[in-house]
Write a protein that binds this ligand. Structure first.
Ligand code: THU
Length: 155
């Protein structure tokens, strides 16, 4: 038997260690939480995407009384970006989340369904999507969505 080990490299950073572009995008993700409709979870998530043409697209989680109808912030932003700018790769994604106590100290990471959807865009354009996950005490940075989804389904 052979055992394979799959590693995911995550940079753990402070605010000061981000580039100015990363800081700008995190600020957009924080700002996007304002548009969250989350009366059920009371958990407001914001996502911001930096496109290859320099545009920033923001999204937030949108919930529904029929819970599965709701959508995460990442896919809300991603599907809008892909619909409005179908020829633009997504270079960077930033995510921030807050509850009633404010922005969370530790970053949240995208759910499995969002990772799969984000991966489709990464593969479609052949451009790595850097992921910045914001927390007030620490920030995670991952070089691509593919590294967040090991053993991904391929056809
Ligand atoms: N949510 C997101 O928007 N993004 C994530 O990465 C994780 C979870 C939303 C879904 C739901 O509206 C709320 O957060 C609680 O799960």
């Amino acid at each position: 038997m052979e055992t394979k080990e799959i590693k995911c490299k995550v940079d753990v950073l402070s605010w000061d260690e981000l580039t100015s572009e990363e800081r700008m995008l995190v600020a957009c993700a924080k700002d996007a939480t304002v548009g969250s409709y989350s009366p059920y979870s009371k958990f407001a998530v914001g996502a911001a995407l930096l496109l290859a043409n320099g545009e920033v697209v923001k999204g937030s989680n949108q919930e529904n009384v029929s819970y599965p109808c709701g959508l995460c912030a990442e896919r809300t932003a991603l599907f809008y970006a892909n619909a409005a700018y179908p020829d633009q790769a997504v270079k960077v994604l930033a995510i921030a989340a807050q509850n009633s106590a404010g922005f969370l100290p530790s970053p949240i990471t995208p759910c499995g369904a969002c990772r799969q959807a984000l991966l489709e865009t990464e593969n479609r354009f052949g451009v790595k999507m850097k992921v910045i996950l914001y927390g007030t005490e620490r920030i995670y940075r991952v070089e691509s969505v593919a590294s967040l989804l090991p053993l991904q389904f391929e056809m």
